[in-house]
Design a protein around this ligand. Structure first.
Ligand SMILES: NC(=O)c1ccc[n+]([C@@H]2O[C@H](COP(=O)([O-])OP(=O)(O)OC[C@H]3O[C@@H](n4cnc5c(N)ncnc54)[C@H](OP(=O)(O)O)[C@@H]3O)[C@@H](O)[C@H]2O)c1
Length: 342
């Protein structure tokens, strides 16, 4: 049997390194791997599967040796240029950037929610935005059982969501706070230490940011609900890792909280942590390092019919990026095996 070949593009980045950790943890050592990054990192060694892998510069001919899967996490411009080349050479691209997510030809997939959409791929599959992934894992069971009328998102997003630069800005802020320094922010528009910044990505003419549009548009695409009413406020907070979200959701039918708790607890990819009287609710630090979406603080919204509030945390680098993509890859590899192609 031929060994499937996997390319990891952007292997030296925050998400790329998480890809390597998740691939190891998921026991995917039977495949053959090649790691790519920019020219700057060419020749660098990354420890993976117990040995040192040399990072290669990504070039137009990088995919000519033939890969089955290419995991991309090197930003939208790299995906724009290289994903079609990789797909054209026969690889299935699983892309973490925003470049292809809203392309009608490209499925946008969360395995717990719409795994069937993988079949529609013509070579590129998009991994949703981190804040969208954890939200739809929690919302999909409600959509299936009750139907969703409207969603109000407020997100509290960790600095790791902005890559290495975001992490370094918070570290510099902590150091400055202790030493009296004044390091100018590199990644964010304002100092992130001691601030909650109500801006993630650029403002659009309608007053929303791009991140807020991603949340709204991607939720509609993944849930196959093009007209769903959604609004969002996305906030960057001084937390190193894992996003938290307050989600208010209006359902199409009445519900009992007990039924909703049971439904969420039984749904794939979710851990229900909902005993506030004992101090049990989802927390970013608890979410970090694992792939479950933590859901809690469930309560009925008395201001609106058939509505409830919940608090949702997940590791944005793992389930919000690398783990979701690797879970998609697992499904594709299983399909290849069943077709006798790997
Ligand atoms: N962080 C998150 O929570 C998150 C979640 C979901 C999706 N994403 C998406 O994942 C992508 C990567 O994010 P990140 O947080 O990992 O960023 P990052 O830490 O800044 O890493 C960027 C990676 O891209 C590589 N790269 C840059 N330019 C390249 C080029 N011209 N050719 C080849 N490789 C190049 C870098 O290689 P060098 O080291 O050589 O520069 C590095 O490996 C982005 O599209 C981001 O939107 C991030």
């Amino acid at each position: 049997m031929r060994r499937a070949k996997i390319a990891v593009v952007g292997a030296t980045g925050m998400v790329g390194r998480a890809f390597l950790r998740v691939l190891e943890e998921y026991g995917m050592q039977q495949y053959s791997y090649t790691l790519f990054a920019s020219a700057k990192s060419a020749g660098e060694k990354l420890r993976f599967l117990g040995r040192d892998f040399e990072v290669r510069e990504l070039r137009e001919d990088s995919f000519s040796e033939g890969f089955d899967i290419a995991l991309f996490s090197a930003g939208a411009s790299v995906s724009e240029r290289f994903a079609p080349i990789a797909a054209g050479s026969g690889a299935v691209v699983i892309d973490n950037s925003s470049r292809w997510r809203m392309d009608p030809e490209v499925p946008l997939v969360v395995p717990e929610v719409n795994p069937g959409d993988i079949e529609l791929s013509r070579g590129i599959i998009a991994n949703p935005n981190c804040s969208t992934i954890q939200a739809v894992v929690a919302l999909a069971p409600l959509q299936r059982e009750y139907g969703i009328e409207r969603i109000v998102y407020t997100t509290f997003q960790a600095v790791s969501g902005a890559g290495r630069g975001g992490w370094e800005d918070l570290e510099a802020g902590v150091r400055d706070h202790l030493s009296g320094g004044h390091t100018p922010p590199k990644k964010f528009s304002q100092g992130i230490f001691g601030n909650c910044i109500p801006q993630i990505d650029l403002f659009q003419p309608d007053g929303y940011t791009k991140e807020e549009h991603k949340l709204m548009d991607e939720t509609r695409k993944i849930l196959h609900a093009p007209d769903m009413a959604i609004t969002a406020t996305a906030v960057r907070v001084p937390v190193f890792n894992s996003h938290s979200e307050a989600i208010n959701v209006e359902l199409k039918k009445d519900f009992s909280l007990e039924d909703i708790r049971r439904l969420l607890a039984e749904s794939p990819g979710i851990e229900l942590l909902d005993q506030p009287e004992n101090g049990v609710y989802p927390l970013a630090r608890e979410a970090t390092g694992q792939d479950l979406v933590l859901v809690g603080r469930l309560r009925r919204d008395p201001s609106r019919e058939n509505s409830l509030d919940m608090w949702v945390c997940a590791d944005n680098i793992r389930k919000g990026a690398a783990a979701n993509a690797v879970q998609i890859a697992e499904i594709i590899l299983k399909n290849l095996r069943e077709a006798g192609r790997a």
